[in-house]
Design a protein around this ligand. Structure first.
Ligand code: BES
Ligand code: ZN
Ligand code: MN
Length: 497
């Protein structure tokens, strides 16, 4: 899809292919729809009345050959009551428009919906959301290949007098972020026989050719052994697919400390010796969605050339049962020196993450955010639309919450500051157990990680419920939380209006 911002004055002389205009309940028009209705000598209003299109959300009509107006077609879209419009409804309306645009293969659209006045909903976000919803739908559409050719069209946002900069920055951000979301989805949707830890490392490597601010390091088993990353190494012992850690360094600021983004990249989580039940096990190819979201985010940031430093890490590994596999009751010495008694080999995510959380101390990071499909308990607690957030620093968690609300990529904070949770991690024969009784499973997993993050400000995002669509599109990754992460990073620079 292409997005542009152009100054267009609506008049009798305009020659467009297609224009989208709103109609509100009780036949109320917006400024632009009123103007076009006037040009047509009330033709539009009459047609709406004849067809009983009063302006309800979900109602729409396409008109051709409008008197005095040279535009080929007008899509009139119902927007409900003018004063009840909000972001949620606006997004619903956007989805309706996308369906029309798809159905009629419309190639070029003049967009007149960004100037609607909606409380607490800035122009910038109306444009961002428009791009998000088009891209999201077009992705599914093209992925399922219902039509032979890849669908693409052009949206021209109409600029009014002095808001050109807002349009341009929203379009720039929207395009780059959706590119990252697409990259994350493409990576996550691959089957685990193709998307292996090695594959993740190849994708990471490829970024250094594409972006001049990026350099990449790949850690193999040997190097991890040298560093004492025994927890990381344990998880893949049962797998023929070797583990790889991909470290993508993006430097575009001489002064600032780097922000570390760390993504869990278990390319398949069978559970290992603590084998998972076979029902829905195929979904565990998505256990690398954290890594995919970090990959997508760094692509977006590099596209935007944000003046910031980021260390983006893909923690690639595969959890399989075998005679070589690590077992319940193994004791592992992590890179930090903390020892862990393995109770359940299915609690593997925290084992790969903990060694990297130690390794990254060397960067003296400003913030560290890990993103992981860490616990089934998070799906029970928060469901499929809100990710879990846990942090050892209030300022950082507030910034994440702000970004998540702005980008409408929601998170909810869970507490980790209670000793009783930590008590559950006690082992008789090691410093920690890797899994406990299952109570507050999302929190205890984060508490485990927090033992390795004492030296910096850290937040953990559990995307077990949000990384892919469990219900509607069983076979699709969501690309979350790329949008939130990008927004968090953009807010670091604070260069949007
Ligand atoms: N990758 C899973 C978590 C998961 C489960 C994500 C279902 C999405 C949907 C993780 O490695 C895991 O197996 N966690 C265990 C932890 C337990 C053994 C302490 C879980 O949630 O059951
Ligand atoms: Zn897992
Ligand atoms: Mn697991």
């Amino acid at each position: 899809m292409k997005y542009t911002a152009e100054k267009v004055t609506i008049s009798k002389k305009n020659i467009f292919d297609c224009i989208v205009i709103p109609i509100f309940e009780k036949y109320k028009f917006s400024k632009i729809s009123k103007k076009i209705n006037n040009i047509s000598n009330n033709y539009i209003l009459n047609i709406l009345k004849k067809n009983n299109i009063k302006g309800k959300i979900n109602q729409n009509i396409i008109l051709y050959e409008i008197p005095n107006f040279l535009c080929n077609k007008i899509i009139i879209i119902g927007c409900g009551f003018k004063n009840k419009l909000n972001r949620e409804k606006y997004k619903l309306i956007l989805n309706n428009i996308v369906n029309i645009v798809k159905q009629y293969s419309i190639k070029e659209i003049i967009w007149c919906l960004s100037d609607l006045d909606i409380d607490n909903y800035q122009l910038y976000w109306k444009i961002r959301d428009t791009i998000d919803i088009f891209e999201k739908n077009i992705y599914l559409f093209n992925k399922f290949k219902k039509y032979k050719s890849i669908f693409s069209s052009k949206i021209k946002f109409i600029i009014d007098n002095n808001n050109k900069d807002i349009y341009l920055s929203a379009i720039k951000h929207g395009k780059a972020i959706n590119l990252g979301i697409k990259k994350a989805k493409d990576m996550a949707n691959l089957p685990p026989n193709i998307c292996t830890p090695k594959y993740l490392s190849i994708k990471a490597e490829s970024l250094k050719k594409k972006y001049k601010n990026i350099s990449v390091k790949i850690f193999d088993e040997q190097y991890m052994q040298k560093k004492g990353m025994n927890a990381y190494l344990s998880v893949s012992k049962g797998s023929k697919n070797k583990p790889f850690i991909s470290i993508i360094e993006y430097y575009n600021n001489k002064k600032s400390q780097p922000i570390v983004l760390l993504g869990k990249g278990i390319t398949f989580d069978s559970g290992g010796i603590s084998l998972k039940p076979s029902k829905n096990m195929e979904e565990m190819k998505y256990d690398m969605c954290g890594a995919a979201s970090v990959y997508g985010t760094i692509c977006s940031i590099a596209e935007l050339k944000l003046p910031i430093n980021i260390i983006a890490i893909l923690a690639g590994s595969e959890n399989m049962p075998s005679s070589n596999a690590y077992r319940p009751s193994d004791i592992i010495k992590t890179m930090s020196g903390i020892t862990v008694e393995v109770i359940n080999t299915d609690a593997e995510g925290r084992l790969i993450l903990c060694d990297i959380l130690t390794y990254i101390e060397k960067y003296k990071p400003k913030y560290v955010i890990d993103i992981a499909t860490l616990t089934g308990a998070c799906v029970i607690a928060l469901g499929n639309n809100i990710s879990g957030l846990m942090s050892n620093n209030n300022i950082l968690s507030e910034k994440i919450i702000t970004a998540s609300l702005e980008a409408d990529d929601r998170v909810w904070e869970l507490p980790i500051n209670d000793k009783k949770y930590f008590d559950k991690l006690k082992s008789n024969i090691a410093d920690l157990v890797n899994s406990s009784d299952g109570i507050a499973g999302t929190i205890t997993a984060a508490c485990f990680l927090s033992k390795f993050t004492q030296k910096y400000k850290w937040a953990h995002i559990d995307i077990a419920g949000t990384a892919w669509d469990y219900i509607n599109q069983k076979a699709m990754a969501s690309g979350r939380p790329v949008n939130m992460l990008c927004q968090f990073l953009i807010n670091q620079i604070n260069n949007h209006s």
